[in-house]
Every structure is written in structure tokens, then in C-alpha cells.
Design a protein around this ligand. Structure first.
Ligand code: SAH
Length: 254
């Protein structure tokens, strides 16, 4: 890219690259990264997209450096570069899109920004388990870095009482996970299916289907690349697959 082009065409893509396997990336995500001359990513994700970033300026940052990643991406784009700010999964879902759009808005910055969606961990994990998200569900992050734990627990309780299937992201905070699961268990049947998906579509993946009574046996498997899906009152397991029926069999003959 020559300087002339750069001056005319600063742009920021905020790109979701899926759960971490090149096969689950969208063509749009691949194209956006290819079109960019600067890539900004959390260190682990920079590693996961290495096949796309050769010859490009790659700026990496550690966890908890989200604001740095946002600022450097915006700065680089304003200088005239085409920048891809990369998130795993979908960039809106606990990713970089919300923060970056908020930053641009609050700072009154005028910049061409495009959000490129990706396959989020909930959908990737659900596919591995069967089809647990076929009826209404709630996605809840158990990270209390930015949201008070009381609020997280309140939301867990309301989602449970609402009989939503519940997807838990960021389950690495064990005390908070145990407390959340206790709330769910108090309000759901013991045999409610629970799916635990560790490293979906990545190396050393592990998929477990258990239930609310026994899930704790697997607590040591749960790490920061794990997503948990708790079924609702209709969810069942058949042929090793977790299924939340939408209701067809109540209404129609199979
Ligand atoms: N933007 C991402 C989520 C980032 S929050 C998305 O849309 O998927 C990080 C959390 O996502 C992790 O703690 C974990 O709960 C989940 N996650 C990310 N990749 C995963 C994978 N390959 N398998 C299972 N869970 C994953």
C-alpha cells in the first residue's frame, strides 16, 4: 500500500474470527484481514490467525489491555491505514466492538468502521453438544471485572426463573461459577442437561454432557476457553446429543 492510498483510505474493521479454527471463519473475516495492513489482536488470537497476517504489521496486547488495543487501532486507522482489530468468536459478544464504537463516539472521532460478525462460542459449543439453543436462551458472562457479581447472580436467577437455556461464558472464576450453578440448581430439576465444551474446534477439545446433579465432577476441566450450556425444563439428551425442542412434536405428528 503506498502513502497516497493510505491517506485516502483509513478504515477500521472489527473482525470476529470464530472459535479458533480456520475452518469456522467467515469469508468476510478472511477478506477484511487480507485487506488490512495493520492487525491488532490479543496475543493468543494473533497466534490463531498467523496464516493470514504474514507481511503485515501485527500489534499484540495481553488480556486486560482492551483499551490499549482500541486506542492503537483507532490511531492507526486515522493515520490512513486499513486496520483489522480482531476478536475471537463474534466481536460484539464480550469482544472489542462495543468498547471501540463507544470510544469513537465519546471522543467524537470521524472514522470508517465496519463490524465483521463471527461464529460466537455459544453457537460453536452448542453445535458440538447437539442443538441446545433451539428455543429462547440467555448468554451470561461470569466475568466480574467490569460488572458486579451481585448483578451477574441476579441475572442468573432471572434467566433461571424465566426458563431460558443459559449459556455461561468466562467460567474461570470458580467461586462465582459455583454460586451461579447453585442458583440455577435450586430452581431447576436435578436431571437438567448441562453441556461443558472446552476449546471448541481447537486442539485438545473436550465436550461433556452431564446434568445439574453431577456437573461438579467436571469442575476441574473448566478453564478460560470453556463454555457451559445449561438446558431448560424441555431440554433432553438423545443419541448423545443435547436437544431443546422448539415444540414441533407437541403440535405435529412425526
Ligand atoms: N467474543 C467471543 C467471546 C469472548 S469472551 C465469542 O463471541 O465467542 C471469552 C469466553 O468465550 C471464554 O471464557 C469462553 O467462555 C468462550 N470461548 C471462546 N472461545 C471458545 C472455544 N473455542 N470453546 C469454548 N469456549 C470458548
Amino acid at each position: 500500500m503506498n502513502n497516497e492510498e493510505k491517506k485516502e483510505g483509513g478504515k477500521l474493521y472489527i473482525v470476529g474470527v470464530g472459535p479458533g479454527n480456520p475452518r469456522i471463519r467467515t469469508l468476510e473475516a478472511i477478506e477484511s484481514i487480507k485487506k488490512s495492513n495493520v492487525i491488532v489482536a490479543y496475543t493468543t488470537y494473533a497466534e490463531l490467525i498467523k496464516d493470514l497476517t504474514e507481511g503485515k504489521e501485527v500489534i499484540t496486547a495481553k488480556m486486560k489491555e482492551e483499551i490499549f488495543r482500541t486506542k492503537v487501532s483507532v490511531e492507526k486507522a486515522l493515520e490512513g491505514n486499513v486496520v483489522s482489530l480482531v476478536s475471537s468468536g463474534d466481536p460484539q459478544v464480550y469482544g472489542m466492538a462495543g468498547l471501540t464504537l463507544e470510544y469513537i463516539c465519546r471522543k467524537g472521532i470521524n472514522l470508517d468502521v465496519e463490524i465483521v460478525p463471527g461464529v460466537t462460542a455459544a453457537n460453536a459449543a452448542a453445535a458440538r453438544l447437539g442443538s441446545p439453543l433451539s428455543l429462547d436462551y440467555v448468554v451470561l458472562s461470569l466475568s466480574d471485572l467490569l460488572i458486579p457479581r451481585e448483578e451477574i447472580l441476579h441475572k442468573a436467577k432471572m434467566a433461571t426463573l424465566g426458563d431460558f437455556v443459559i449459556v455461561l461464558y468466562n467460567p474461570i472464576n470458580k467461586p462465582l461459577l459455583l454460586e451461579t450453578m447453585k442458583i440455577i440448581r435450586e430452581n431447576r430439576k436435578e436431571d437438567t442437561p448441562v453441556g461443558i465444551v472446552k476449546k471448541a474446534y481447537r486442539e485438545n477439545e473436550k465436550d461433556i454432557i452431564t446434568n445439574l446433579k453431577d456437573w461438579e465432577k467436571y469442575v476441574n476441566e473448566i478453564d478460560m476457553i470453556t463454555t457451559i450450556i445449561v438446558g431448560n425444563s424441555r431440554t433432553f439428551v438423545c443419541n448423545g446429543k443435547m436437544i431443546t425442542p422448539r415444540g414441533y412434536s407437541n403440535k405435529y405428528e412425526f
